[in-house]
Design a protein around this ligand. Structure first.
Ligand SMILES: NC(=O)c1ccc[n+]([C@@H]2O[C@H](COP(=O)([O-])OP(=O)(O)OC[C@H]3O[C@@H](n4cnc5c(N)ncnc54)[C@H](O)[C@@H]3O)[C@@H](O)[C@H]2O)c1
Length: 271
């Protein structure tokens, strides 16, 4: 269902790897709402994924960029403005990767080269993206930048490993850069804290199946899907949320404010 909420708006969408990706669903919804955009991902992901299929469906061009490379980000922003024919109204940062998680390295036994690589990809890349947009003055006034995060930034989820620290950093960058972007350019910056979602990144976390089920049973509205996350992101890109900034917004069916639910309790009651 389209409401033309993003008609005439131009954007950059990071992180669509395959049709399960939150960024993929967001690109489809942005297109439905009348927005135009360029898609970007790391060169290796472009080779592995099916992004061209999405690009075709949404009339988007694909620009390769490793989000840890300032040079790639500069090229991306310059090209996006040129292709789209003006400044950028919305940006989705939908990037996450922990080498320690991927290689099964426990939180108490980190390989710090991997820790740093994961931090650079998952969190510092958000700063680099915003710094590039800011220095090039590439964002329109009342533009909107959204990053995706997870509640392990606030609470302990042992198997989330060093991604928890990466998300805490990411959320802090959203506030700190959001201050300058708001004051100097009238641009808002927020993070969405999403339910566990079955994507390539999500399923990389140990015990994901049990974990997603647990979150679902704890949440009065159940887990939020990738498509629902896309819908929420559309509202943040639209002109209906112009004064929402520096926020970490929970999109998790209520999970973040729960202590225990009846469905979870029932698993422990013996009589
Ligand atoms: N899936 C979940 O359970 C969940 C929950 C909360 C938040 N998130 C967050 O949502 C975001 C999107 O993840 P997803 O679940 O859609 O998984 P996904 O695996 O589909 O997307 C992750 C993306 O990051 C990209 N990426 C990795 N390294 C990169 C680099 N150097 N440069 C540019 N891009 C790079 C990958 O190519 C991929 O497209 C991530 O920030 C993730 O942490 C996911």
């Amino acid at each position: 269902m389209s409401h033309n909420l993003l008609k005439g708006k131009r954007g950059i969408i990071f992180g669509a790897l395959d049709e399960n990706s939150i960024a993929w669903k967001t690109a489809e919804r942005v297109f439905e709402e009348g927005g135009s955009f360029v898609l970007t991902n790391a060169p290796v992901a472009l080779r592995m994924g099916t992004i061209n299929e999405l690009a075709e469906k949404t009339n988007a061009q694909v620009i390769a960029a490793d989000a840890t490379s300032e040079k790639d980000l500069e090229n991306l922003v310059e090209k996006a403005v040129e292709i789209l024919g003006g400044k950028i109204d919305f940006v989705l940062h939908s990037i996450g990767m922990s080498v320690n998680v991927r290689k099964g390295r426990h939180y108490t036994d980190q390989n710090y080269d991997w820790t740093q690589k994961g931090l650079d990809i998952s969190a510092i890349s958000f700063h680099k993206t915003m710094q590039t947009l800011y220095k090039k003055d590439a964002m329109s006034a009342w533009g909107s930048i959204v990053g995706l995060t997870y509640m392990a930034a606030q609470r302990v989820f042992p198997d989330y490993n060093d991604m928890a620290d990466n998300k805490a950093y990411l959320e802090s960058v959203a506030r700190s850069f959001g201050y300058f972007f708001g004051k100097d350019k009238k641009v808002r910056v927020n993070t969405i804290s999403q339910s566990p979602t079955p994507t390539t990144a999500g399923k990389g976390v140990k015990g994901f199946d049990g974990f997603i089920e647990y979150a679902d049973k704890m949440s009065p509205l159940g887990n939020a899907t990738a498509l629902e996350c896309a819908d929420y992101t559309i509202t943040l890109f639209s002109d209906l949320t112009k004064k929402v900034t520096l926020q970490n917004l929970y999109h998790d069916g209520g999970f973040s404010n729960m202590g225990v639910s009846q469905q979870v309790m029932e698993k422990f009651v013996t009589e």
